[in-house]
Design a protein around this ligand. Structure first.
Ligand SMILES: *Cc1c(COP(=O)(O)O)cnc(C)c1O
Length: 417
């Protein structure tokens, strides 16, 4: 008999001199790697926010800033109706589930939310996950084998890439939104049994939207399934914000949608896969992040049900977001900035030069505007940029302040005249 139930067992004894020596070498290795990350200017430092997530945030030191780098597209992160729904759900159904879904972690609330998401996307069924990272991570391995093919856009999100890695299917990669290259992959993949085309709905660096109508056409021509990750597109694109299926009228042609509750849909936490019934059924049987990870807590589930109620009542938030995007883009173009033709709530202000993108973002922060500067390897070499994320939480005065700061810093740094 051994282990922690043995009365004379002391886990502290496990730390022996050898372990400490071994950590010494490993510690030095980590210190060197961390120093290299820092020297390359890639060390990520976190900002400590001491307020709710909103258009204007308060930092730990009491200073204020306008937030243009959250995924808070519909401004729901601190919506009073959702906060109240979360509290009520917690009162009614408790704090935690202490179980995975299939053992004893499913409440009526979970089923209601799954139904609400299926209604929103006009699909047959939905399966919830702890995050969209898990939805993508657990999607492919249960459905496809080495006989099949996954055909993936080169700019797909890290969680899709990881999910594909966990699956034995043959992998094909096509250049971002390049339909000729996708067609080439589809032709090559005729050698496999089943094929699936996998794409983000909106790509997070350029803000461009995947051409879903053309993707579905090619899928039909070459007998492939279609999966789209709606994380940056749902709530944002389409006439009433219902995502790419609405925008391209391809309801019934997309087999699988994945998405997050952590962006437009309230910004808390949670992910989902929604689509054809048998696919969702199989995921409930075999998807590892679903089977081996805890259920979403009642507060998040209850508030998320409220999100879909709100969005069914009115598309006012989506309309406001759209107006904000148009306003910001038009004023920035008029000021002489080079902006990628945005098709979403993401606006890429092109600077091309990596150090310039960092200085620009720092100066914007000094002006009280939070935006993110991206450069290689996050974006291609020579395509450094500032990414601006717009939100229905922004009022026109916020947009005007941000635009004024862009113009001031842009002139200072010689980006515009
Ligand atoms: C943010 C994002 C995810 C991850 O969502 P989480 O719910 O935060 O794990 C997955 N895919 C895409 C395309 C995303 O943008």
């Amino acid at each position: 008999m051994g282990g922690i139930f043995c009365p004379d067992f002391d886990s502290r004894l496990l730390i022996t001199k050898t372990d400490i020596t071994m950590y010494g070498d490993f510690q030095q290795h980590l210190k060197d790697e961390l120093a290299a990350i820092d020297a390359a200017g890639l060390y990520k430092r976190e900002r400590n926010i001491a307020s709710q997530q909103f258009a204007e945030i308060t930092l730990e030191d009491g200073s204020k800033a306008l937030n243009f780098c959250a995924n808070n597209y519909l401004g729901l992160s601190n919506n009073p109706r959702l906060m109240k729904a979360a509290q009520e759900a917690m009162e009614a159904r408790g704090f935690g589930m202490s179980s995975v879904r299939f053992i004893c972690g499913t409440q009526d609330y979970h089923k209601t939310l799954e139904k609400a998401i299926a209604d929103y996307f006009k699909t047959e069924d939905t399966i919830l996950y702890a995050a969209c990272f898990d939805a993508n991570g657990g999607l492919f391995e249960p459905l496809f084998t080495a006989e099949d093919a996954i055909i993936s856009d080169s700019l797909n999100h890290a969680s899709i890439i990881d999910g594909v890695r966990l699956c034995k299917a043959q992998r094909y990669r096509y250049a971002n939104a390049d339909m000729a290259d996708l067609e080439r992959c589809l032709q090559e993949a005729q050698a496999q049994r089943y094929r699936i085309i996998v794409t983000d709905g909106v790509f997070s660096m350029d803000g461009n939207v995947a051409p879903m109508d053309k993707i579905c056409d090619l899928a039909e021509k070459y007998n492939a399934l279609v999966m789209v990750d709606e994380s940056h597109s749902a709530g944002v694109v389409g006439a009433t914000g219902h995502g790419v299926a609405e925008q391209f009228n391809c309801y019934g042609r997309v087999d699988i949608f994945t998405g997050t509750l952590g962006k437009a849909f309230g910004g808390a936490v949670g992910g989902f896969t929604t689509g054809r019934k048998e696919i969702i059924d199989m995921l409930r049987q075999r998807s590892r992040p679903y089977l081996f990870s805890n259920s979403l807590p009642p507060s998040v589930v209850g508030a998320s049900i409220e999100v879909f109620k709100m969005l069914a009542e009115s598309d006012e938030l989506h309309t406001k977001l759209q107006n904000n995007v148009n306003y910001f883009r038009d004023k920035m173009l008029a000021a002489g900035f080079d902006i990628k033709p945005t098709q979403s709530a993401i606006c890429a202000v092109m600077l091309y030069d990596a150090p310039l993108s960092q200085v620009f973002a720092q100066k914007m922060a000094q002006e009280g505007i939070f935006v993110t500067g991206f450069y290689y390897p996050v974006v291609p070499k020579g395509e450094a940029r500032i990414r601006v994320q717009l939100s229905a939480a922004h009022e026109q005065e916020h947009l005007d302040k941000a635009i004024a700061a862009f113009i001031k810093v842009g002139k200072e740094l010689g980006v515009i005249k």
